[in-house]
Design a protein around this ligand. Sequence first.
Ligand code: SF4
Ligand code: SF4
Length: 218
Amino acid sequence: MTTEQTTCKQCGTCCKQGGPALHSQDLDLIRSGRIPVSSLITIRKGELVHNPLAKRIQPVSVELVKLVGKKRQWECCFYDDTQGCTVYKDRPYACRVLKCWDIGEISALMEKDTLSRFDILDKDDPLITLIREHERICPCDDLGYLQSHLSHLSGEQKNELERRVQSDLKFRARVTVDFQLKVSEELFYFGRPLFQLLQPLGVNLTESSSGFRLIWGK
Ligand code: SF4
Ligand code: SF4
C-alpha cells in the first residue's frame, strides 16, 4: 500500500533542479543581506528557459531574479548534499510554497509578483543607468522569434545578432572594470552574456583575429 505524500521530506530533489525565482515577499531577505546579491542571477525578459508546467523551453514573459546555480549547473547555490538547504530558515517564498505532491499553489505563483532588478536596487544606484543602457544595446526579447525562425534568418539578421553579441561583450568588459564587478555581481546586474543565451539554439561563439564571430548550426 502506498501512502500519499502530505509533507516535504526535504529530499532536495527540487533544489537540485534549480533555485527559485524571487517574489515581493523576499525583498526583506535581500535588503537585510540574508540572501546576498552575489547569490542572485537575472533572467532577462525574453530569455529561453525550461517551463516545468509547459514541459518545454520558452521565453520568460517578465524579468526574473533567481537564486544562482553552482558553477555551470542550475542546482541551487544554497543546497548542500549533506546539510540540505543551508538557508532553510531564510529560504525564499517559492521554496516555502512548493509542494511537489501538489503543484497548484506554486503554479499560480509562476511569473506573478516576481522581483526584478529595479525592485531590488536603490533608486539612486548608479548601475541602474547602465542596466537601461545594456537593455537598449543588447535586448534579448526576440529569442523566442529566433528559436522558431532559426533556419530562415537572413544574412542581415544574423549580422545584426553578431553585432549585438559583440556590443554585449564590449559593454561587459567596460563596466566590470569601471565598477570592479565580480562575475557573480555581473550576473545579477546584466544577466548572462547574450552568446550564452544563444548556445541552446546551436549558435556558438568563436574568436578569430578579426574578433568575435557567431558559428551557426549544431
Ligand atoms: S518539496 Fe518535494 S522534492 Fe522538494 S524537498 Fe520537499 S519532498 Fe523533496
Ligand atoms: S533556497 Fe534552500 S530550499 Fe530553496 S532551492 Fe535553495 S536549497 Fe532548496
